[in-house]
Design a protein around this ligand. Structure first.
Ligand SMILES: Nc1ncnc2c1ncn2[C@@H]1O[C@H](COP(=O)(O)OP(=O)(O)OP(=O)(O)O)[C@@H](O)[C@H]1O
Ligand SMILES: [Mg+2]
Length: 671
């Protein structure tokens, strides 16, 4: 940046220096014609021409250095800020994200950092260059003819005021425009991300109108900017051109009085002209500096934010020396979400589960089951004096976040997958490995690597291997955004495999079998039972059949309190108990479902074949025949793959008329 600045200053000084040469040329030319000494004139012109060439070569080198250095600095700093920004986003806790608009955050990574780099890059070089032109121009002007310079300078305040107003308008409206476009972008991203919901509710037009609404406010800002910048431009040029007229008039008088040579008048005139143009051109650079200044606090606020629960902080928190045992407990926990501080979700909640055992949470919707699980995973922390969450008797807030999470396999209530291949999605669940420095004894963590066999084993346990193998690309099948190319149940099984692949000591299952048909559910249950062996498991379930053999069942009621606690048998023995009531309700439903299934089975007995996933080492007969969903996914996957191959293999015909189409699309703007 220092080299760039020096080069910019030198480059800026060059242009006024040229005007000295021009002045000399005019003076020599004038004298030459007066004396008639053609040879001397030619010689002088030759020397001047050589000087001109040398000067222009120096200017070229300086210009190169200026732009190169500043552009390089800007690109490097942009990349650095961008990665700091994104890294800081990944450090933030769930509570912070609850209060943010994630679409706007994404848009800001792009636009704010872009504006910042623009303000840090070549524009700074240009500002220095033009400012240097102004200063040098003025200095030479004073040296060659102070009177004329002063006369011309009389109009500079008007120019400067116009310039300042212009810069302010540009900076304000750029920010307003950016915000409006970011909001419009969020609407589009959300609507496209949820395109199926949009289609199902026919709200395409509504979304389009919402998008247009934001665009309209951007357009209004644009219009204001157009008027104001136009006016500022007009005033600037009017003043500038009138200043020329004045300069010629005064210059002419000075020459006639014999105070100045015509060449000197030209030098002064060009110097001031270049200097004034320089100060004019500084304006856009300053406006982009202003825009950068506007964005910078927002970017740095996020970069500097210290997250309460930072998973990337390697040094933060303890990594225990002994392997995890898996005793989990919540002790007298009160919890409110930071976005809703008045709504007490958990009140004096105490739950515990010993190593290797299974705790099942049941209860009404909204009673805080998922919330309790999120406290175990440390997505949120209870307030300092509102109870503790313990792992092996240690407050989880004192543990290293990344290590803690690597000991837990978590299947979310709404499993989401990435638009990667199935293999990569499962492998994402790889935990961490702990390294101990032999000298200092310090414990550090690295990302673990997962082998193909681990992925397959996890998929088998989650009962996903069968359907994955039937897909044309198997484990290489790409899943589309958020796993859109899989059925709900398939997504859930892949998510389960992802949680199992790290061989966690603790399993948190939030409705992990809710989207499965009863046959697959039973198969997954068998797999889960196997997976849960030797692991502490906390399972949330609405379908009570899936948790009846849990070691402890806790029923959560309104206000996040545990109302009943015990084994299935104990709770069933409670007369008038909530759990018993729920089980009875579900048995009725189950009966009718079973009856209907039996009717169907007799009708289609011949059609059914046995699936690959059958017989998971248990006595239960499990059938996972290819369902419609399976086939739909297979063909969708194939279609997706073949279309992507088409795109990469076939050369796209170039639409030569694209320029004219753009012109036609803008037909309204022609007049
Ligand atoms: N991120 C959040 N910010 C604010 N409130 C939340 C948040 N997540 C959940 N809540 C509220 O907390 C309460 C408990 O939610 P929770 O998801 O724990 O319920 P649940 O028992 O898992 O219900 P379900 O059985 O329907 O999944 C609800 O009233 C919900 O509105
Ligand atoms: Mg829930």
């Amino acid at each position: 940046m220092i080299v760039g600045t020096v080069a910019a200053a030198g480059h800026g000084a060059m242009l006024p220096a040229f005007s000295i040469l021009f002045g000399d040329i005019i003076t020599s030319g004038g004298e030459g014609t007066q004396t008639g000494d053609a040879d001397r004139l030619l010689e002088e012109m030759e020397t001047l021409a050589i000087k001109l060439i040398i000067l222009s070569a120096v200017a070229a080198v300086l210009a190169f250095l200026q732009v190169f250095c500043w552009s390089l600095a800007a690109t490097r700093q942009g990349a650095r800020i961008r990665s700091l920004y994104v890294e800081s986003l990944f450090r933030q806790d769930a509570a912070w994200y609850d209060a943010q608009d994630s679409g706007e955050l994404t848009a800001r990574v792009a636009s704010d950092v872009d504006l910042m780099t623009l303000g840090m890059g070549p524009k700074v070089g240009y500002a220095v260059q033009y400012f240097s032109s102004f200063v040098t121009g003025l200095s030479i002007g004073f040296a060659y003819g102070w009177a004329l310079t002063l006369v011309i300078l009389a109009v500079v305040p008007i120019l400067a005021a116009g310039g300042a107003a212009y810069a302010k308008v540009m900076a304000d409206s750029t920010l307003a425009g950016q915000t409006a476009y970011a909001k419009a972008g969020c609407v589009a991203a959300e609507a496209l991300g949820l395109i199926r919901t949009v289609a199902a509710f026919g709200s395409e037009e509504h979304e389009a109108v919402r998008y247009e609404g934001h665009l309209r406010s951007a357009a209004a800002t644009g219009k204001r900017r157009a008027i104001l910048t136009g006016a500022a431009m007009a005033v600037t040029f009017f003043t500038l051109l009138d200043a020329y007229a004045l300069a010629f008039w005064v210059g002419n008088k000075l020459v006639r009085r014999g105070d100045m040579l015509p060449g000197e008048v030209m030098t002064v005139f060009f110097c001031i002209l270049i200097g004034a143009m320089g100060i004019g051109q500084v304006q856009p650079s300053i406006s982009s500096l202003n825009a950068a200044r506007g964005c910078a606090p927002r970017v740095f606020d996020i970069i500097d934010r210290v997250s309460a629960i930072d998973p990337l902080d390697e040094a933060g928190g303890e990594i225990p020396e002994t392997p995890v045992k898996g005793d989990l407990a919540l002790v007298d926990v009160d919890f409110t979400y930071p976005t809703r501080p008045d709504d007490l979700i958990l009140q004096q909640l105490s739950l515990s589960v010993s190593r290797g055992q299974t705790l099942a949470l049941v209860g009404t919707s909204g009673s805080g089951k998922s919330t309790a699980i999120q406290l175990l995973e440390r997505l949120y922390d209870p307030a300092a004096s509102s109870g503790t969450v313990l792992l092996d008797g240690v407050d989880v807030r004192t543990l290293n976040v990344r290590w803690l999470r690597s000991t837990i396999g978590y299947v979310f209530q709404m499993p989401t997958l990435f638009s990667l291949s199935i293999r990569d999605n499962i492998a994402l669940g790889a935990g961490v490995t702990v390294r101990v420095d032999p000298v200092s004894g310090r414990r550090t963590i690295d990302a673990a690597t997962v082998m193909e066999e681990d992925v397959i084993e996890a998929a088998k346990t989650a009962n996903a291997h069968g359907f994955i193998s039937r897909l044309p690309d198997g484990y290489d099948t790409m899943l589309g955004a958020r796993g859109a190319l899989l059925s709900g149940g398939q997504k859930q099984r892949v998510a389960l495999a992802r949680a199992l692949v790290r061989r966690p000591s603790i399993l948190l299952l939030d409705e992990a079998t809710s989207a499965l048909d009863s046959a697959s559910e039973r198969a997954v249950q068998v797999g889960l039972r196997r997976a849960a062996l030797g692991r502490t498991t906390v399972a949330i379930a609405h379908r009570l059949s899936t948790i009846c053999d849990a070691d402890v069942i806790a029923v959560m009621g309104e206000g996040g309190r545990v109302t009943e606690r015990g084994t299935h048998a104990q709770l069933m023995a409670l007369p008038g108990g909530t759990y018993r009531h729920l089980v009875e309700l579900q048995s009725v439903v189950k009966e009718t479902v079973a009856q209907r299934a039996a009717r169907k089975a007799t009708r289609a007995a011949a059609v059914d074949g046995s699936g690959d996933d059958a017989n998971y080492g248990s006595g239960s007969t499990v059938v996972d025949a290819p369902t419609d969903d399976d086939e739909a996914v297979a063909s969708a996957g194939a279609a997706a793959v073949s279309s992507s191959e088409d795109a990469s293999e076939a050369t796209q015909p170039v639409d030569k008329g694209v320029f004219f189409r753009a012109l036609r699309a803008n037909a309204r703007e022609w007049h």
